[in-house]
Write a protein that binds this ligand. Structure first.
Ligand code: NI
Ligand code: MN
Length: 225
């Protein structure tokens, strides 16, 4: 599995010959100006919730690539009204896709569309694949529900928001790593706007003191699992 950081909470994942984009917010992110969204391959687009900083580029990528959107029921409804096919899920539900098993997990956050309309309840995703298991938390507070994930599966990599203000911050994410029994964390949802700028060195230290490895990728660079 190859995971490429596209900035903010956007990821590109290659697994089992399939291409997955998560929460594409690229054209609205000055820090991601070197990412060409027209070069991104996509068989699926996973959407954690309806906020603009997670859905901005969903429509254009889906229409260009014919990718199927996977998200909560209300977000799928929204995109089906725009003529884009999707797979609706809801919290705690899993489905076996051709890239692996996917579960829509709980998140503590909100989920309105940019026009204020209802975007269902926010979530995250657990991917269980032949290359390992990845938990993508989405925008969320630290929550005891994260313990339920490690009770049910082994988490090899957790992608956690660390920018604070709108989600948990660095200290909260370090506790989340304990709840998830996972010592490999990829941080996301930081530095994009003033409210979520973080001190990278301090973040790495806080995790290191707990024996957890925090990776902060340059936008456009990748890690392998
Ligand atoms: Ni959000
Ligand atoms: Mn967000």
């Amino acid at each position: 599995m190859k995971i490429t950081y596209l900035g903010h909470a956007s990821l590109a994942i290659e697994i089992a010959g399939k291409y997955i984009i998560v929460d594409p917010f690229i054209t609205g992110n000055e820090l991601a100006k070197n990412i060409d969204i027209n070069s991104l391959k996509a068989d699926y687009i996973l959407v954690t919730h309806a906020h603009e900083d997670h859905i901005l580029d969903v429509e254009s990528i889906a229409k260009r690539t014919d990718a199927k959107i996977v998200s909560n029921f209300e977000i799928i409804n929204h995109f089906e009204n725009l003529g884009i096919a999707g797979h609706p899920m809801n919290h705690g539900g899993s489905w076996q896709f051709d890239f692996g098993k996917l579960t829509y997990t709980n998140a503590i956050h909100s989920s309105s569309f940019p026009d204020g309309s209802y975007g269902g309840q926010p979530g995250g995703f657990l991917l269980e694949t032949e290359d390992g298991n990845v938990y993508i938390a989405g925008d969320t507070a630290l929550t005891m529900d994260m313990k339920l994930i490690s009770m049910q599966t082994k988490v090899d990599l957790a992608v956690l928001p660390i920018g604070d203000n709108f989600t948990m911050g660095i200290e909260g994410a370090a506790i989340a790593a304990e709840f998830l029994v996972c010592n490999r964390i990829l941080g996301y949802h930081y530095d994009t706007f003033g409210y979520i700028e973080i001190d990278h060195k301090k973040a790495k230290e806080i995790f290191k003191n707990k024996g957890v490895n925090l990776t902060l990728l340059e936008i456009g660079s990748s890690l392998k699992l």
